[in-house]
Each structure stands twice: as C-alpha cells, then as structure tokens.
Design a protein around this ligand. Sequence first.
Ligand code: ATP
Ligand code: MN
Length: 466
Amino acid sequence: MEKGVPIANLFGDEQKWLGKTVIVQGWVKTRRDSKAGVCFIEVNDGSTLKGLQVLAEEDKNYAGLLAKVTTGSAILAEGVVSASPGKGQRIELRAERIHLYGSADPATYPLQKKRHSFEYLRQIAHLRPRTNTLGAAARVRSRLSFAIHQFFQLRGFHYIHTPIITASDCEGAGEIFRVTTLDPTRPLAGGVSEDPYRGDFFARPAFLTVSGQLQAEIFALALGKVYTFGPTFRAENSNTSRHLAEFWMVEPEMAFHDLGDDLEVALAFIRHLVEVVLNECEEDVEFFGRFIDSELPARLQNAAKSSFEVITYTDAVDILKRSREGFVYPVEWGIDLQAEHERYLTEKVFGGPAAIIDFPRALKPFYMRVNDDEKTVAAMDILVPGTGEIIGGSQREERLEMLLEQMRLKGIPADDYRWYIELREFGSAPHSGFGLGLERLVQFVTGIPNIREVIAFPRTPGHAEF
Ligand code: ATP
Ligand code: MN
C-alpha cells in the first residue's frame, strides 16, 4: 500500500515541503468547482484539524473520476506542494494523480456541510469522528492519555492494572453492574431455595469495578507510588451531562503521602495536563474557543498559572450559606454539595479551580482517614469552572482500630475485606490517592458541554449502541 505524508507534517513545516511531490490520503471534507476547469478538494486525514486544499484539473487523466470525488469519499492525491494564492492556507497540493478508494453517495451521506446537532451526531457515532469537533476531541483525549502516563512515569510511579471484574461492592452501593453467566429468563433448577450463585461462573457475586483504588492500595504498600488508568463502570441512573456508565479513570495511590501531599500531586497533575493541551493541541484549543466556548482559552491560561484555592468543607458551607444565590438544594453543614454549589464556588467565588477538603465523615466511604475532630475525614474534591468535580481523593485510614470502627459504623462486613484489613495489620503506613475522570478532564480542556461527546461510544441509561 502506498504511504502518504500526514497532513499535519505538511502544515508543520511548510517551507521544507514546498516544491516536493507528496502523497496524501484522507477523506474529502468539501469540494468546490471553479469555472476555469479547476476543482478545489479539501482533504482531511485526521492528523490535524485543518484539511489540505487539493487542486484537481479537468484536463488531467483523472478527470473521469472527479465526479465521484464528493464529500465523505476516501481518496489518495499525489502532486506538488505549492504556495497557495488562496485565502486561509499557505500551501496546497497540485494533483497529478488521484485515486478513489471509496466513494460516498451525496444523496445519502449523513454528514452534510452544515453544522449538525450533537444529538444527531450521537446516532451516527461511526461517522462523527470525521466532524471537526469530535475529531478534535479525540485528538485531545489521545494526547492527554499519553501526558497522564508521562506525568507519572517521570515521577517514579509504577503503572499497575487493577481488575475490571471485582467481588467488592461496598463502594458503589446501588451503582454497580453485576457480572454473571446465568440466564435471567431461566429459573434456578433447585427453585428459590437454591444458592443463586452455585451455578454462576465465579460461584459468588461479581461486579464491574467502580474504582481500582482498594487494589491500588495493595501495590502502593509494596511499590510506593503507583497508578491505574482504565475503564470504570457505574450504573448511574441519573441522566446528566457529566455522568457515564462506562468511563476512564486515573487513580494514583502513594505510600507516605498525607492529604497535603496528595493535594500537591493533584494540582501539579492538573497544571501539567492543561499545559500540555495549551502547548501541543493549540489548533484544536483555538477551534474549541471559536466554536464551542469562547472563554476556554482564558480559563485554561488561568488554570495553568494561578494557584488553586484550598478551602475546608466547613468554610465552603459558610460561604454558600452567606451567599444570596437562590439554590435549589438548601445548604446546611452535612449536606452533599450539589453541582449548583460547586459551580457557584468555582465560578462566582474563586473564579478558577478550587479544592474542598475535610468533608463530613458521614458523607464519605469507610476507607477515608478520620480527622482529629472525629467529625470529618481527610478527603478532597477538586472542582473546576464549567465541569465541577474532576477529582475525588483522600488520605486512607491506616490505623487498624479506626478502620474497624468505620466499617462497623457503616455496616460493612469485616469478613468481606479481610485482605484490606490485613494491610493495616502487616506493615501499615500512611497513604493517599485520588481518582480523576478522564472524560471530565477532556470536557474541562475543550469546553464541550456534554460528556457524551468526549468518549467515542457513550454508555448511558438506555444507550449502549455501537
Ligand atoms: P460525582 O459526585 O460527580 O458523581 P463522585 O463523587 O461519584 O462524582 P468519585 O467516586 O470521587 O466521584 O470518582 C472520582 C472521579 O471520577 C470524579 O471526580 C469524576 O471525575 C469521575 N467520575 C465519577 N463518576 C463518573 C461518571 N459516572 N462518569 C464520568 N466520570 C465520573
Ligand atoms: Mn457519582
């Protein structure tokens, strides 16, 4: 197969390519015919947002197939890179040869030149990566994924793989997917008295993971600093613009780190990721600023430079109570902060990212470390304008007695977590970690309002197409 030059390379070094003969391969974005027998074909190959203008002439030997080179078709064009007299581009390709790999019938091709709604594009998730917005989001997501590994690898973290199928269900109570090979339409042979898991694959209840944290703790207490990065599942039954049933989470876990250290890593992490996007996804960010969210570039500049506000839950509640904002959910010490409260804090009070720490003990899971006041735990939520919470983390309870008390209070059977308890019996050490939702991060750095557009194939209640 002939190998072309990625269009991104041509645009990256236009002087070098001028006068050279190259091959490009991609999909026709638009096509315009001039009276002078010249046809302007914009070809996009996904390597970059911008397409390359290909000039095809009707007296060349490919003239016969030009009629079929319509929007959506896949082509190869070979020709000389030339200075473009036209507006909006410095170079173009004068085609000497064109090959049509696959045509696309203009009468039925679902992507027309106009702007389509995100809702419509979701129904054609097999074609939507060819749109500017979805293509740019996919590139940014890819670059961020790499930057996540870079950040941790350069700081001595080990990448570990925690299981996707787990037996621990405490965390996701009510939000957890069951894994079974039993047929729900076939009653148990032994009737209702039969142990329902006897004939099941794992011979016990099993679930899709809601977090790799508990298993990551095992490795932090052996390798020091570790992280996981993988798919996570939550049967969230609410339909919001920030929740998916399947999403990707990054979870670092660090021995000998307290909440303050955890916070420091999280803030450096976010700042690093924002910088990578600003420096290496310039064209895509500019596009998002122009078409999706005009405040995006300023918001990112701000997040890369400014220090984040750190505030206790108790102080945050005081601020919210004093505010004159008419919240739907009234504010009292002890409530779970809602999206409206988070947005008010980041957008109106701080005007930038903020971390809330030391949440009421009753709101948070059993493994978070109880503070000296015994009313709060060493937890942190990091909020950003627009998206709200992107990180949730905590220092973990490393004291055996306190862990057992927390489990008793929250009704978690110690028998189910023998191994977790043993980590506190054998060489326990202070440790902390957090989870960052990749899709929430991509939303934050692109300004894309709905989480369904920053993942290729969104899974939400009632939707698991493609
Ligand atoms: P929220 O209150 O927004 O539902 P959470 O408190 O359930 O979040 P955590 O359990 O702390 O979230 O998970 C860590 C991170 O994972 C969150 O900060 C968020 O970035 C991401 N996350 C959590 N649930 C989802 C979801 N259903 N879809 C996408 N990302 C999610
Ligand atoms: Mn949640």
